[in-house]
Design a binder for this molecule. Sequence first.
Ligand code: MIC
Ligand code: SF4
Length: 641
Amino acid sequence: MGKTIAQKIIASHLLSGEMIKGTEVGLRIDQTLTQDATGTMAYLEFEAMGIPRVKTELSVAYIDHNTLQSGFENADDHRFIQSAAKKFGLRFSRPGNGICHQVHLERFGIPGKTLIGSDSHTPTGGGLGMLAFGAGGLDVAVAMGGGAYYIVMPKMTRINLHGRLGAWVSAKDVILEVLRLMSVKGGVGKIIEYGGEGVKTLSVPERATITNMGAELGATTSVFPSDEITYEFMKAQGREADWCEIKADDDAEYDEIIDIDLSALKPAAACPHSPDNVKSIEEIGSIKIDQVCVGSCTNSSFTDMLKVAHILKGRTVADNVSLTVTPGSKQVYNMLAECGALADMIAAGARVLECTCGPCIGMGQSPVSAGVSLRTFNRNFLGRSGTKDAQVYLVSPETAAASAIAGVLTDPRTLGNMPAFTLPDSCLVNDNMIIMPADEKESETLSTVKGPNIKECPIGEPIPADIVCNCVLKVGDNITTDHIMPAGAKILPYRSNIPHLSQFCFAVCDESFAERAKKAGKGIIVGGENYGQGSSREHAALVPLYLGIKAVISKSFARIHADNLVNAGIIPLVFDNPADYDLIEQDSELRLDGIRAAIENGTDPVLTVGGRNIVLHAKLSERQREILLAGGLLRKTGSGK
Ligand code: MIC
Ligand code: SF4
């Protein structure tokens, strides 16, 4: 039987397990990336493991998230990461060099290689034909040390693209259509592969926009073939020697096939507050807007920016709109400056921000109260923008720019003829913002530099025989990691200070949670479907661990978050019968009698609440059961105290 693209890459990187759907496989990881909001913890964990140098082919530490330096904390984290990169053998991408996913695509990604990153949008690399996964910081630390990365062998979904996009319809509209069809949990347990003759009409950055937002589907990852378009992209980056072809075999088998006619797509938007709440711009109508933000790892490529500049040229941003533009990388920024497009944007009134995540992670540019904000980003979760009552819509750069001029949500097709926006044959390559690591000999003499805000990572406890405690929080479906551990300019500086960070845990849902949990000393959280969707931040597990959470019981979990819980030493459990969720109240006393034995023997744990027994499943591999029994991955590897 023929193989899919993903199966080929998995087969060539298989370290353990068999490629049987639903079972765990261990993969050799060629490349890793971290960003600063998760990187500090990842390097503290790597340091705790006592491995002198990274063992991957390439590891890069990016600074792109926590760039607002309104106190010493973020700058101290940057310095720590820089010192760790120098010592441990990583390249260091300085602040200002760009968003990790955009820079990695341009400068480091290689078709057919595996990549894990401590950021859920690492699948952006799938646009180049890489098998790229978002992971928790600890899993990245393990991979840097040469250890395997484990995934459950996923189902294979093939999305066949037919035809070609119409004028002013964009790659963003393609992935919004996929989200509309599949929902934010439709990709769970699946790898999504794109194919069909429509693939040839999409450039690598367009493909990357699509694989980037595979994260919003909950997919394990998404991948495009590597073909002559990929070759051209890599050639423009001066990296054609790294190119190779990758495609699925003609007789490859898929579990699910979806067909999308590109020519039938219309400009669309994901309406508040979920990336799958997708409607066409026509359907939503010309609502008044207050803010437009262009950028993020989804839509900040050179061609995205060229389109925006073209629409803005010779016009002025509407009086009622504040427009921000964030180029994705220094390369993009520089090229925009050279070709004059930057001047067109500035002249129109765009507020050009440095090449970072910026408003996407709430690092500034929060909208006005109850404001409507159109963003070319990938997440519009409640409160993520920093303004709790803001209404955030996710749109394409074309829709964003057309609307910024009109002052109301506008279908870009009203702009008339569209010129061709093509990638140049060669890009402006200058890696002077990438600092190389020290050589092995020098690195022995170096040490990492930690500021006063960098505190130790909490360590789990071996699972006790029984767990008896209260349900300290009951939440509904699709709880995101932004609910569990919010980000934003005020909170992000404490990513390396778990005790301080803990006071904000679940604040979006229940401001009293952190205090109650801490007071209780131990507790269990109960959730609905797709608990922990969104970001890869392991802080959404480490902070609950610090607050005494022993287990999370839900109807289902998002992949990366479930892995992070296990690594932290918190047991993720699912209801055998989802209706049993209704039997639990916040504050109910919950008994998990014999939980240690159940995890040890791989049997179904039983939860007792109000005299009733509820059957649960622990969907864990043997490796994960051992991690939990030991009290988390750091303790298991002997690095925890
Ligand atoms: C995000 O988009 O939510 C982030 C910030 O990039 C996160 C990582 C983080 O929380 O640091 C992600 O997607 O993994
Ligand atoms: Fe940064 Fe936003 Fe991309 Fe996350 S989604 S990596 S915050 S740009």
